[in-house]
Design a protein around this ligand. Structure first.
Ligand SMILES: [Zn+2]
Length: 130
């Protein structure tokens, strides 16, 4: 059965993001390099997302909740979230239980004054880098 995808608000994400079982997946393309990002988020650009989907599943091993976002979370974020849900069904992955999309995306996150990381580390060292 395909997993359903639900939305999460920025304040909900802020409360959840320090949990070890959650991963944030940024699917913006080039914007990530000049607009900053949510600390600790992974980067899987939407244009190559399908090719790297098994790398992503490998990288988030042990996590059960994935939160997707793009700039606005209107097109790329939900599209990649649905692709992942389909992929997980195909490979019968049961580890990832929750697939969420961040409402209003990175732009909404930043506009609400939430913390933005501007490190250039790949992967982002997140909150530990500060
Ligand atoms: Zn960073």
């Amino acid at each position: 059965m395909a997993r359903s995808i639900s939305y999460i608000t920025g304040s909900q994400l802020l409360a959840l993001k320090r949990r070890p079982n959650i991963a944030i997946v940024d699917v913006r393309d080039d914007e990530r390099s000049y607009d900053g990002h949510i600390a600790g988020s992974l980067h899987y650009a939407s244009d190559t997302f399908s090719d790297k989907i098994s790398n992503l599943v490998q990288e988030v091993k042990g996590k059960d909740t994935l939160v997707f976002h793009c700039a606005l979370s209107q097109v790329r974020g939900p599209t990649c979230a649905r692709r992942l849900a389909t992929h997980l069904t195909e490979v019968e992955n049961e580890e990832i239980k929750n697939i969420l999309v961040l409402e209003r995306g990175f732009n909404g996150w930043e506009a609400s004054g939430r913390p933005v990381c501007r490190c250039t580390s790949i992967p982002c060292k997140g909150d530990n880098a500060q």
